[in-house]
Each structure stands twice: as structure tokens, then as C-alpha cells.
Design a protein around this ligand. Sequence first.
Ligand code: GDP
Ligand code: MN
Length: 390
Amino acid sequence: MNLHEYQAKALFSSYDIPVPAGRVADTPEAAAEAAGALGSGPWVVKAQAHTGGRGKAGGVVLAKTPEAVAEAARSLLGKRLITRQTGPAGLPVGKVLVESASDIQREFYLGGLLDRARSRITFMASAEGGMDIEEVAARAPERILTTVVDPAAGLQPYQARYLGFGIGLRGAALKQFGTILRGLYRLYTEKDLSLVEINPLILTGADELVALDAKINLDDNALWRHPDLEALRDPSQEDTREAQARRFDLNYIALDGDIGCMVNGAGLAMATMDLVKLEGGAPANFLDVGGGTTAERVTEAFKLILSDEKVKVVWVNIFGGIVRCDLIAEGILAAARSIEIGVPVVVRLQGTRAEVGLRMLAESGLDFITEEDFAQAARRAVAIAREGRT
Ligand code: GDP
Ligand code: MN
């Protein structure tokens, strides 16, 4: 789960990480009022949407008067912001963050993430802040400094000195960098983050470090420990199908292809997508309906897959170990009764009560394409996606 910048900055504040003075607003009038409350200008009006690259996309506006703040808010609120991270549909802007503008002397990058190969939290810093860090990593990887935290020892002072000194900080600013990194590490571990980024971390004209931007990703698997953070969820920023899946406890991830996949078990789902790819096709989604699945959840899963208009064919690939294939068939038939399945459906059922399930589908009078063999089913689904039902 992602947080908005204003939510992330509130967390930063409570962990001794300095942020600009700011207020969030959802109308132009409230934005102008926020500017007044912050003191004299200039101000920066920032679109709140779960994306980076807002600056280049016109989502960050400098304003010199409260009227200009209101004007900027009016131009952003209620619109969709399209950045190079959002795709062409963009994301809706329901709130803006109004901040006292900072005087920027230098821009740095500071980020923390879980290095999965090492199973350790790793911090990265670069003097090339304010720009796309992936671009820096590709062009000049030596400009990104990395330090790996030993979970038993915790973050060590030498690690903060290594990063801070390495990006060119000295004296009081270097000391302040240590405070910020300690705060970030504490925030990361206490709130179960999976990513934190400050880009840019700036040095102001008064030689003070300030987090000008804030990005936080929370680890979904640990969200149950943080109901206060879960409450910060903004559904308007999330894929509606993924949100729907969460309600029914389905493991669904939207992808770019045209073959809708309904599979039980994450391993089989991965293998299914691999085979689709191997045959030259592209999955429209990852969907694991789970082990102890019911007819109702299969129906919901079917609706979910078909709500994606890219889908040209659905491939149901179920191995009945714990789950009974006749219940899966029942779910498919229930789905066929409640919604119109306008695309061909390839069904592969194997395992517990597979014959019963297949017979139910065959006797339904509906046009299912059944395949027993895994690879053959993949070939069939890919061929249909490419050429239509033949
Ligand atoms: P992003 O483009 O979505 O990553 O949004 P950022 O919060 O990083 O803002 C983009 C850019 O706007 C920053 O890199 C700065 O160059 C500029 N910017 C943002 N806030 C201020 C500010 O208070 N003062 C000045 N001078 N520039 C700012
Ligand atoms: Mn940024």
C-alpha cells in the first residue's frame, strides 16, 4: 500500500525528519486559506497522487500570492494527473499539499528498501538528487552510495557518516543527516515499510536539510499490525479490480496481456503465466483463487477477470488437491448465469472430482473448451487470443 506525500511527511515529522511547513486542502478556497495560515509566500502547490514525476507533469506549481495558490489548486483538483509513471489514464487528484516554498541550495537522493537477495534493509544516497534515480543508476551507478544494515546491530553511526560524507555533507549538515537516517531506519522498522524515498532531500540556503518530497510504501503483509496506517488508504488511487479482489480475499494482480487466468495456488499461477509466455501469449492478470476456494469466490474471480475489457479468452487452470473440481465447475456455471461471458473459456481441471466437474461443464450446454494437458491448454488459449475461436 502506498501513502500520499502529505501522509508520509506527517510520519516523517514524528520521526525527527524535517519537512517544509505545509497544509493539505481539497478546495481552491481552502488552499488559499492554508497559504495564509502558513505565513508569507511564495508557496508550492503539489498534486497529491500516488506517483512520482509530478514536477515534470505540471503537478507541482510555484505560487507567489494566495490568489495564485487558489488558481493552482483549481487547475489541479478534480483532474487526473498523467506522469510517466501513471500510464495514459493518470490518477485522480482529490487533494493538494500547500507548502511554504523552500530555498534550494543542493538536491540529494536518500532512499531505503529491502534488499531481498541479502534479506536486509539497505539505504542509498546520491548527490544527484531531484532526478530519476533509475536514470542515475543506469548512467552512473558509482554516484549512488549504498549501505546495508545488520538487523542484529541496527543502523550504525559510521553508516550515516559514510553516506553523508559521500554525498558531500560536512559539519552541522552531516550531523543532521545522521539524525535523519536514524529516524528513517526507526520509521522503516517500526511501521513495516517496504520502501521509503526522499527525492529530493535538500540543503537549504541556511544549510539545513529538509525532506522536500516523501514516498512511502507499506508492506501489505504487515498492515494488520498498523490499523492506523491502513486507515490512510485512498481507494481512488488503486486499481479498482485489485481493490475488489481484496474484498473477496483473492490474490489478483492486473497485467497488460489479453489472456485472463484463473488458477489455484500461487505456484501453479506462476507456471501458468510462464507457459502462456512460452507459447507467445500474454497474461491479462495473475489470479490465485486460493486453496480452500468456494463456488462463490470462483464466481467473483470470474467477474473480476471479465471486467477487464482487454481479455479475449479466459483460461481456467485448476489442480484439485484440497479444492474440489466440481465446486470450481459450479462456480464457473454460477458466474455464467449471473454475467454474460462474452469470450471463449478454456478449462483444464485435474485432480479431485475433475471428471464430475468436466461433466457438469459439458452438460451445461455452454461452450467451454476443455483440455487435459497443461501445455496443450496453454497453446489453445494463446491461439484463441491471437486468432479468435477456431
Ligand atoms: P515529483 O516530481 O513527483 O518527484 O515531486 P517533488 O516533490 O520531488 O517536486 C518536484 C520538483 O519540484 C523538485 O525536484 C523541486 O525541483 C521542485 N520543488 C518542489 N518544492 C519546491 C520548493 O519548495 N522550492 C523550490 N524552489 N522548488 C521546489
Ligand atoms: Mn520527487
